[in-house]
Each structure stands twice: as structure tokens, then as C-alpha cells.
Design a protein around this ligand. Structure first.
Ligand SMILES: NC(=O)C1=CN([C@@H]2O[C@H](COP(=O)(O)OP(=O)(O)OC[C@H]3O[C@@H](n4cnc5c(N)ncnc54)[C@H](O)[C@@H]3O)[C@@H](O)[C@H]2O)[C@@H](O)CC1
Ligand SMILES: Nc1ncnc2c1ncn2[C@@H]1O[C@H](COP(=O)(O)OP(=O)(O)O)[C@@H](O)[C@H]1O
Ligand SMILES: [K+]
Length: 551
């Protein structure tokens, strides 16, 4: 498990380390700059291991402590014989104490220091070519939209990278212009190949578009005290609500999956009831059921319309089938309730919604399941659309409900627009989960899981190959399967999302990124749950120099 922090949390740790613990700010900075310089040197090194002759580095620096890191990193490279210079953006005289100190050191060493105007001139004459450009304009201190000269400078950096005048852009802490909490571009943002971040990963490099802009992320422990040494009021200010530290999973977290006991039978691993499918829509029910079995469920039963009987029985003979007709539901509601009651008593887990459609009877079905299920219920797709269309159904929400909306479904549930939700992914999921006391899995390219107690998980596995119909149905099956194995709602949701992404990566390796089908994703679940197998693309772009486990 890796911890993810907001900019504000990171600043609170900085302040705590410096003022309460007494670690001098310049000591932290020296370690931060050393890490950046080390990574840049790695890029500059020839195969033989020596630094490339004439290797040139420009460090483009703002006047805050991010800029101070950038000057210090350039100075370390300069002292190792690299042709490294500094470009200053903003008014240096207004810089932080640390910035002014770093600038003085660089000047005393005789380093080349350009103003923005001089740099612009160099660029416009085509004289700006370098192996590595260090982006140190803004770090976690970015507090507003980027405009004017700063925006121009960021556009210039991206232009140089695009035209090949700069081979590699290395961002200090976070690409300048990316919001450290939301990953949103604040007007203009640097597109980096590498980001060296300090202490803990920032939420903004896990959420899109920040995640695409950060490139490979290296996390460096520069000597901060552990997060749990901070008192809540130190973390977030006495007058404000405490924001929880978010987390993400990696292959090591697969150990959370319970062992499959030798002395067991099919009843040991959970009975999953999947209430899904409608006339002409049986694929979602099939994929959910298949995924639940592939995740380890002992018994999967499909409750679906009579029209799906033949196809589902032939596609997935391992599943038990109970069918109904729409007429049965509309006219014989009392009879139908008995059937639902019986099925709910049988189930250890219920999935409600994939492919249910929007027939008038679906409202009754959703109401009956929500009122009668006494086990965890995973509500997805048309289950959620029905709740959005009939808001009284939210009164049946209980603490063992997991909802798995994509952004469109979340927009229907909350009345917010999709862009609004996209910009506030974490807050939207967290507020809904807290308000209704349930687990909310808000699905996106970087899915967020908000628990009813306030915990936040942000997913880092997955691939765009999964952006295809049916992927969400597979996810509901995986989460249901994990609940069936006995995991709690939060853990099933978090690990389910992680395994789902990992299965996507593994399946895409075989089919190629464009060719993958949701059924390929479901078939890869078993391998994805096997912790010994490598293959997590997200893991390969992430690396920690000093992992949290070691601390
Ligand atoms: N001792 C420390 O405090 C340490 C700080 N570190 C570095 O310091 C960074 C944080 O430094 P700061 O808090 O000084 O903040 P930053 O250097 O990230 O930037 C803040 C500066 O930019 C200005 N600014 C913010 N948004 C702007 C906008 N849109 N347009 C124009 N100006 C804008 C602010 O007024 C401020 O002057 C971290 O990201 C990290 O790189 C690291 O060196 C670790 C130690
Ligand atoms: N670009 C992407 N990268 C990673 N995961 C993705 C991407 N696009 C979609 N996904 C995942 O695929 C799933 C799609 O779910 P959903 O939209 O409900 O599809 P459907 O309803 O067709 O099954 C979600 O779990 C989502 O996180
Ligand atoms: K930066």
C-alpha cells in the first residue's frame, strides 16, 4: 500500500519537520535536490557509465521553494562537470528565503543564470537545445490559475519538448501547473517524462490528466517524519475537517486475498446472487457472473428474465439460473416478493443492476432487493439509474451497500454535471459515501473508492484497453467475488478495483490494447489475483527509492 497526499498535507508535513522536529529546511531541500540531480545524471549517462560530454541541462525555476530545489539540483550537476544553467521565472527579489540562498550559491559558483527575457531570446534564436530540462516553476505551492508569463513559459517548455529541442523534461515534485490534489491542469501545465516527488506521491499525479503529465514518478524519502507522528490539528488546521490520507495498492496488496482453505466446499467461498439482464441484454449478466466465478465465488446464481434462459445456460452452465417475466413482476408482486425473499436469504452477496434495462418493472425489482437483502449488495448500472430516477429508493441504502457508478451514472445520482464531477472526483465520491453511509466506487480511468468511514483509495492499475463496453460488469463480479470470499466492503471494493485493472493489463498484453474484450478481462482475473505474476504497467512507471515499508 502506498500513501498519497494532498498539497496541503505535504505542506503541513514540511512545516512539522522544520518547526516542530527541527530539521533545517535547507537540509530537506539539499536531499530533494540531490534526488533530482541523481535522476537527471541517470538520464545523461552514456552506456559506458560516464556522463555524456557537453551534456546540457537547463533548470527553469520559479521563486518559491520548488524553484529553490531546481537551482540546487542544477548546482549539484554543475559541480559534477555538467553544463547546467538556471532560468529564472518571476521576480527573484520576492523569492523565499531558501530560494534567495540557493540563488546566491549558484551566483557565487559562477553558474549561468538567465532571466526569462534572455531565455526567450535564446529560444527564439533556436539556441535552446538541451538533454534535460528541469521543471521547477511550481510545486505543491501552486495556488491559482497559471497565467501571463508563467503560462507562456510552460507553453514554451512543452513546445521545446515536442519539437525535440529538449530530449527529456524532469519535473521537481509535480509538473508545474498540475493541481496537487485533483490532477487538473490549472490553465497550463508542463508535460514531463519524469517526476521526482518528495515524501509521498501526490494525489495529482495519480488522477488524470496529472497522471499522464507526470511521466515516470520516482518517490524520494528526503527525511520527513512519519505521517502518523503528526497530530490531526497539525495536519489540517484546527478549524478545518481532517482530510484522510489516501492510498493506492500494488502487487504486495494481493496478499490481502484470503487463502483458499483446503478443508472447504463450494459453500465456503460465497453464494453470489446476480440480479441482472433484460430482454436483448444478457451480456452484462454473463460477464458479472463469469467474473464472480473467476474471482473465486463458490456458487453463482443468476436471477434474470426468462428470455435469457437459453443463452445464459449455454454460455455459463456453471451458473444456477432463476428466471422471471416482466408480467410476473408487475401483476403478481406479492408472489414475486416471496421469490426475492427466498433468493436473498440464500445469497451471501447480491449484485444488482447490470443490463437490467429501464422497464417499468425494474423499479419494483430494485426496491424489493434493496429492502430484502440482508447481505452486501453491489449496485451498478441500471440499478443506479433506477435509483437516480426514483430518489426515494436511496432511503433503503444501508451500510453494506457498494455502488459502482461511472461518471454519467454519478451525474444522474447527484444532479451534478460530468465536468463538475471530473474536476472533483475524490470529493464527489467521499461526500456521497459519507452522506449515505455506503461504499462508493466512482469509476474512471483512475477510479476512486470512498468508504463510509471516510477512507479514500485511488487506483493506479489499469489500461485504456478497458475503455470498452462490459468492463464495468466484470468489475461488479470481481467485487462480489471478493465479498463472497469474506472480505469486507471497503477491502472488496479497493482490491476489486485493483485486480480489475491488473487483469486489464495482463489481458491487453495478449490481445493488444485495441483488441481486448471484456470477456478477455474476465478470463485474466485468476492470473491478476496471483501475486507472484508481475506485469503491472502502473508499477513499472512507479518506483520508490525508499519505500514506506522500509520506514
Ligand atoms: N523546506 C521545504 O519547505 C521544502 C520544500 N520543498 C519544495 O518546495 C515546494 C513548495 O514550495 P513553496 O511552498 O514555496 O511553493 P512553490 O515553490 O510550489 O510555489 C509557490 C510560489 O508560486 C506562487 N504561485 C502559486 N501559484 C501561482 C500562479 N498560478 N501564478 C504565479 N505564481 C504562483 C506563490 O505565490 C509562491 O510564491 C515543494 O513542491 C517542493 O518542491 C522541498 O524542497 C522539500 C523541502
Ligand atoms: N482509460 C481507462 N483506463 C483504465 N481503466 C478504464 C479506462 N476506461 C475505463 N476503465 C475502467 O473500465 C470500467 C468501465 O466501466 P463502465 O463504464 O461501467 O462500463 P460498462 O457499463 O460498459 O461495463 C471501469 O471500471 C473503468 O474504471
Ligand atoms: K515543478
Amino acid at each position: 500500500m502506498r500513501t498519497l497526499v494532498t498539497g496541503k498535507q505535504m505542506k503541513a508535513v514540511d512545516a512539522h519537520a522544520i518547526t516542530t522536529i527541527g530539521i533545517p529546511s535547507m537540509v530537506l531541500m539539499e536531499r530533494a535536490a540531490f534526488a533530482v540531480a541523481r535522476e537527471v545524471k541517470g538520464i545523461l549517462k552514456e552506456e559506458a557509465g560516464r556522463l555524456a560530454p557537453g551534456a546540457s541541462v537547463w533548470s527553469v525555476c520559479g521563486t518559491g521553494n520548488n524553484g529553490a530545489d531546481g537551482i540546487a539540483a542544477a548546482r549539484m550537476l554543475f559541480l559534477e562537470g555538467v553544463s547546467a544553467g538556471v532560468v529564472l521565472i518571476g521576480q527573484p527579489e520576492k523569492g523565499t528565503e531558501e530560494f534567495l540562498q540557493q540563488l546566491k550559491i549558484a551566483r557565487n559558483l559562477g553558474m549561468e543564470i538567465l532571466s526569462r527575457e534572455q531565455w526567450e531570446e535564446l529560444c527564439s534564436q533556436g539556441g535552446m537545445r538541451c538533454r534535460v530540462l528541469i521543471d521547477a516553476i511550481f510545486g505543491v505551492g501552486l495556488s491559482r490559475q497559471v497565467q501571463g508569463a508563467y503560462a507562456e513559459c510552460i507553453r514554451r517548455i512543452n513546445g521545446l519538448r515536442q519539437e525535440g529541442a529538449v530530449e527529456c523534461v524532469a519535473a521537481v515534485d509535480i509538473p508545474s501547473g498540475v493541481h496537487s490534489d485533483t490532477g487538473q491542469v490549472m490553465g497550463e501545465a508542463v508535460s514531463a517524462d519524469l517526476t521526482v516527488t518528495f515524501g509521498w506521491e501526490k494525489r495529482g499525479t495519480v488522477l488524470y490528466p496529472g497522471r499522464s503529465l507526470a511521466g515516470r514518478v520516482v518517490v524520494e524519502n528526503i527525511g520527513f517524519p512519519p505521517l502518523d507522528s503528526l497530530k490531526p490539528e497539525v495536519r489540517d488546521g484546527e478549524d478545518e475537517e481532517e482530510i484522510p490520507y489516501a492510498c493506492t495498492y500494488g502487487p504486495g496488496d494481493l496478499e490481502r486475498i484470503p487463502e483458499r482453505a483446503a478443508y472447504s466446499n463450494k459453500g465456503t467461498f460465497g453464494k453470489v446472487l446476480i440480479v441482472a439482464g433484460s430482454e436483448n441484454m444478457c451480456g452484462a449478466a454473463y460477464l458479472s457472473a463469469l467474473a464472480a466465478y473467476r474471482t473465486g465465488a463458490g456458487l453463482v446464481k443468476l436471477l434474470t428474465v426468462e428470455e435469457n434462459r437459453l443463452i445464459l445456460q449455454s454460455r455459463l452452465p456453471e451458473a444456477i439460473l432463476v428466471t422471471y417475466t416482466a408480467g410476473q413482476l408487475m401483476e403478481g408482486r406479492e408472489e414475486f416478493r416471496k421469490l426475492i425473499d427466498e433468493q436473498c436469504r440464500w445469497a451471501d452477496v447480491v449484485v444488482l443492476g447490470p443490463g437490467l434495462g429501464c422497464g417499468a418493472y425494474v423499479e419494483y425489482l430494485v426496491e424489493d432487493i434493496l429492502t430484502m437483502a440482508c447481505s452486501p449488495v453491489v449496485v451498478d448500472a441500471d440499478g443506479l439509474n433506477t435509483i437516480a430516477a426514483h430518489p426515494y429508493l436511496t432511503s433503503y441504502y444501508t451500510e453494506n451497500i457498494i455502488i459502482t457508478p461511472h461518471l454519467g451514472e454519478m451525474a444522474r445520482l447527484t444532479g451534478q454535471s460530468i465536468p463538475q464531477i471530473r474536476e472533483n472526483l475524490v470529493e464527489t465520491a467521499a461526500e456521497y459515501a459519507a452522506h449515505y453511509g455506503l461504499t462508493c466506487v466512482l469509476k474512471d480511468a483512475a477510479t476512486v473508492v470512498a468508504s463510509r468511514e471516510g477512507g479514500i483509495y485511488m487506483n493506479t492499475s489499469g489500461t485504456s484497453a478497458m475503455a470498452k463496453a462490459g468492463s464495468g460488469d466484470v468489475l461488479t463480479g470481481i467485487i462480489a467475488g471478493l465479498l463472497g470470499l469474506g472480505m469486507d466492503e471497503t477491502e472488496s471494493a479497493r482490491l476489486g478495483v485493483y485486480i480489475h485493472g491488473r487483469a486489464g493489463e495482463l489481458a491487453a498484453e495478449k490481445t493488444g490494447c485495441h483488441g481486448m474484450l471484456a470477456s478477455d478481462l474476465a478470463e485474466a482475473i485468476g492470473s491478476a489475483m496471483d501475486g507472484k505474476k508481475a506485469g503491472n504497467a502502473a508499477e513499472s512507471v512507479w518506483q520508490s527509492r525508499d519505500s514506506e515499508e522500509k520506514r
